[in-house]
Write a protein that binds this ligand. Structure first.
Ligand SMILES: [Zn+2]
Length: 179
């Protein structure tokens, strides 16, 4: 657990954008999202097995408004819905978030509130959320690229299940054979 916390903190530090003392205007940040990010950030029940992204963040500060323009390019390694093998999902995402620096929570859907006491913004959660939103609902290899062995096994299993469920005569035959 300590090991995990240590990694978690380290990863979070890697994704911090300092904004205290930032001059108004544009500021560019670049982050590498690697396998470690997906392992430690997403947990075991995640759709992501691994991944690799280059993330550019253009931060624009104007008075108490911060605009974060994300440019996220790379791939997620996930599971094929048809053959269950690893599949690379390529993503090229442009997304913008707006934040207000304020001491009170702002209840506007499109705005994140950043406390004026904070020194920086941790963008790792936003990167994770954005990638999650853009994951396709159905992830399958191109036609003919699925793991054929696995497909055959899955089809056999399906036929077995169907036989067991839909054909009561099969049970009788099995009883006869067992006696
Ligand atoms: Zn497949």
């Amino acid at each position: 657990m300590h090991h995990f916390n240590f990694l978690f903190v380290r990863i979070k530090k890697d994704f911090v954008v300092p904004f205290k003392g930032l001059a108004d205007g544009e500021h560019q940040f670049t982050f590498e999202v690697s396998k470690l990010f997906f392992e430690e950030y997403c947990g075991e029940d995640s759709d992501f097995k691994s991944g690799n992204f280059n993330v550019d963040v253009l931060l624009t500060k104007k008075y108490n408004i911060i605009t974060l323009q994300f440019d996220i390019k790379g791939k997620v390694v996930s599971e094929c819905d048809r053959c269950l093998d690893d599949i690379d999902v390529l993503l090229d995402i442009q997304e913008t978030l707006y934040a207000k620096i304020s001491n009170t929570e702002i209840e506007e859907d499109d705005f994140i509130t950043i406390s004026s006491d904070d020194n920086d913004i941790d963008v790792s959660q936003y990167i994770y959320e954005i990638i999650s939103i853009y994951m396709p609902l159905r992830k399958v290899h191109e036609e003919g690229m699925c793991n054929k062995e696995m497909i055959t096994k899955l089809e056999e299993l399906l036929i077995e299940e169907e036989t067991e469920i839909t054909d009561p005569r099969w049970d009788k035959l099995k009883d006869l054979l067992n006696n």
